[in-house]
Design a protein around this ligand. Structure first.
Ligand code: ZN
Length: 455
């Protein structure tokens, strides 16, 4: 397959009339100042596509259900209560239909791949399915339906809170000991043999509060060669719970007790001291920022200037999937910084384009976190590509690097025309090629689920 673009962003900068060849999912050739062939797919502006590094796809179905205030209660923890109630009714069919919609929406928003941080493993009440990997295989099936590049991240979730509190209620569907978790990973690996070759497997010890120091050490030593993702320091109460239990703040504790390297991805890392921020940047790990969800849940703003100043790696995730929009994710990150610091153009080192810093930083960090050779348009990289339409009214006044700024601040996802995931052309003219079928399945699943919730 050959793509001809009026312009493309290459590692060497903007180039005109760029012809890209894709072979077996990989970028096999790039020519600039080229002439289009008759069979080429024509697009306007071609960019490396981002990886969405953090998603819990099932939570998409709760979007809009938790935006009311119950008397005296309005916190992250009340949101979690509804999430647990939801889990009482969620079936494997629902899970697959919801994940397929979510992955499709991600591709239509311009993401080529996703890291699915997958923590619902068991039946209601906590009994494993006959196939331990039943729900993981539903995530794999959803990825196969949509063609999105998947890094599957089964979650180790053993405790209901800090200091080995027992699991209860909705949490029972998450629970695994390290032994059970190893068994689950074996079953997932077997199921993955049927998936495309760019599918990746990692692990996700859920958080310090849902694991324990000895379990964390064990699971990392057994299975820690690929991506390791963990939620950390999202909420002040989580920080104080960990200080009370382990005597140190979460990021401080993790950096001291684990060999945190570039294959680690710390999700949120919202509440950090300056010292934690600098040490985390130095580790080479990726911080997984989820700006829309963090704003929705009232988590707080990330310590962006210090982290970027220390050359820390970062990527973007849509986490709760309350809204899936790449452009909005980018600007919510920058706006959270502006609102806190009372100034403009925060997320850039020195002088330069904020949009370009955010977009290319998230492209590199997301690929690193998902263990994909992607995030740049270069020979030998996966064909994770997005085309945007610079003639769209939202962008047509902009040129060069301003296109990144337009994407971040002035546009919505309607400017995305095409997306390739590992060379598969899944979004054409702004529509996923399976949209009708995936949407119909989703609507059916939601009808069933809401009927059960309201019964
Ligand atoms: Zn999360």
């Amino acid at each position: 397959m050959k793509i001809f673009s009026n312009r493309a962003w290459l590692p060497s900068g903007w180039r005109e009339n760029v012809r890209v060849s894709l072979d077996q999912g990989v970028v096999a050739g790039i020519e600039d100042n080229a002439t289009a062939g008759a069979a080429d797919i024509r697009v306007d502006t071609l960019l490396p596509a981002l990886s969405n590094l953090h998603s819990h796809s099932f939570q998409r179905a709760m979007a809009g259900m938790t935006e009311f205030r119950a008397a005296g209660q309005d916190s992250f923890w009340t949101w979690r209560t509804l999430m647990y109630r939801f889990l009482d009714h969620l079936t494997p069919d629902h899970m697959e239909a919801i994940a397929a919609l979510v992955f499709m929406e991600m591709q239509e928003a311009g993401y080529a791949s996703v890291g699915e941080f997958h923590y619902v493993h068991h039946q209601q009440g906590g009994h494993p399915y006959d196939d331990r990997a039943e729900l993981s295989t539903r995530i794999l099936a959803a990825a196969a339906q949509t063609g999105i590049g998947l890094t599957h991240l089964p979650v180790l979730y053993s405790y209901g809170g800090a200091n080995k509190a027992e699991l209860s209620g909705g949490q029972l569907r998450f629970g695994n000991s390290v032994e059970d978790f190893s068994e689950l990973l074996g079953a997932v690996e077997a199921a993955m043999t049927a998936m495309p070759s760019d599918t990746r497997l990692g692990i996700a010890p859920h958080s310090l509060r849902a694991t324990a120091p000895d379990d964390l050490a064990e699971v990392v030593s057994r299975h820690g060669n690929g991506p390791i993702h963990i939620h950390i320091a999202e909420q002040p109460r989580e920080v104080s719970d960990i200080v009370d239990w382990l005597g140190e703040r979460p990021v401080q504790w993790l950096l001291k007790h684990q060999d945190v390297k570039p294959n680690w991805c710390l999700i949120h890392a919202t509440h950090m001291t300056q010292t934690e921020t600098a040490s985390l940047a130095k580790s080479g790990a990726v911080v997984g920022l989820c700006p829309i969800t963090e704003a929705n849940l009232g988590d707080g703003p990330f310590n962006g200037p210090a982290y970027l100043g220390a050359a820390g790696a970062f990527g973007l995730g849509s986490d709760s999937n309350i809204r899936i929009s790449l452009t909005e994710e980018l600007r919510t990150l920058e706006y959270s910084q502006r609102l806190r610091d009372l100034c403009r153009n925060v997320m850039v080192n020195g002088a330069g384009s904020v949009g370009k810093t955010l977009y290319l930083g998230a492209a590199a960090g997301g690929a690193q976190a998902l263990n994909r050779k992607a995030g740049k348009l270069e020979i030998g990289c996966l064909g994770d590509l997005v085309a945007i339409d610079s003639t769209h009214p939202q962008l047509c006044a902009l040129h060069g690097d301003q296109l990144f700024d337009g994407l971040c601040f002035a546009a919505d996802d309607r400017v995305v025309s095409d997306v390739w995931s590992a060379g598969c052309h899944m979004v054409k003219d702004g529509r996923h090629i399976q949209r009708d079928r995936i949407t119909a399945n989703y609507c059916r699943a939601i009808r069933d689920l809401t009927n059960a919730l309201n019964a």
